[in-house]
Write a protein that binds this ligand. Structure first.
Ligand SMILES: [Zn+2]
Ligand SMILES: [Zn+2]
Length: 272
């Protein structure tokens, strides 16, 4: 194994991964911020998921700082991994020539990667809603009850690292094309910003829930743990239900009966 470090290659990998994430974050979040929070600030009832709630200026600045810092941290981790792979210091099944596995495998496995990463993110997110982890780590992300586009990656740096490590695990086990990985990561980042926009947005992509789905996660705390599909919450029974009471102290993902009685039948899921 080559043990010397190619510093210029390492610098390119670090700068590329960090700047790419930050550029996408600020471009997409900046777009939604300007379009709605600046241009249509005076008519929130026409576009906002929570029209009566806005972040204070201090929390808004905090979201931008934490979101940028976490993405820079993630960029350093990704940049180091990319460097180690390119320079032959780390063996992974990642490939760059489509001919190695063919188009059908490459495209099919791009979908598989999206589904697997989304389910991993659901499980990690749900784990961070365990009482002790929530209080010490994930609560930072939930300070933003009314979300804004910049909230997407704001929160505790340890949580961001855990999400990144768990999401990257399949890349060491199954062959994926490098472009598939980049495309899925780009999708996750862009739609995380859309989901946190606080703007009532729907998607033409049939699997992608409207932004109100994750906005409700912030408004009601321990419910709707999924990100880019609602299927996992349906299967695990943690999709928000009608006539249930949720709140920061109501753990478990299923809420409580609104009238304090024990329900005999589970209430229907909220339709998004
Ligand atoms: Zn959460
Ligand atoms: Zn969130």
């Amino acid at each position: 194994m080559n043990t010397s470090i190619d510093w210029s290659l390492l610098a390119i990998c670090l700068a590329g991964a960090t700047l790419a994430g930050l550029a996408v974050y600020h471009a997409v979040a900046g777009y939604y911020h300007y379009r709605y929070y600046v241009r249509r600030r005076h008519e929130p009832e026409t576009w906002k998921c929570q029209p009566d709630r806005f972040l204070t200026p201090a929390l808004h600045r905090r979201a931008i700082f934490e979101g940028s810092r976490n993405l820079a941290q993630g960029g350093v981790v990704t940049g180091c991994l990319v460097y180690a792979i390119i320079d032959g210091k780390l063996e992974t099944p990642i490939y760059t020539d489509v001919a190695e596995y063919g188009w059908a495998y490459t495209l099919g496995m791009t979908v598989v990667l999206f589904v697997v990463m989304d389910y991993i993110d659901f499980l990690v997110h749900r784990t961070f809603h365990i009482r002790s982890l929530y209080r010490h780590v994930h609560r930072l992300h939930h300070r933003f009850v009314a979300t804004s586009p910049y909230v997407a990656t704001a929160g505790h740096p340890l949580e961001f690292l855990a999400l990144q490590a768990a999401s990257f695990a399949p890349l060491f086990l199954i062959p994926f094309h490098a472009a598939s990985i980049a495309a899925v990561l780009l999708y996750i980042l862009v739609f995380n910003i859309v989901d946190h926009s606080g703007v009532r947005l729907t998607s033409i992509l049939p699997w992608q829930p409207p932004s109100r789905f994750h906005d409700d996660h912030h408004a009601h705390f321990h419910v709707n743990y999924g990100q880019h599909v609602m299927l996992w919450d349906r299967l695990h029974g943690t999709l928000r239900r009608e006539n249930r009471r949720y709140g920061q102290e109501v753990f478990g993902g299923r809420g409580l009966p609104e009238d304090g009685t024990v329900a005999t039948e589970p209430a229907p899921f909220v339709r998004y």
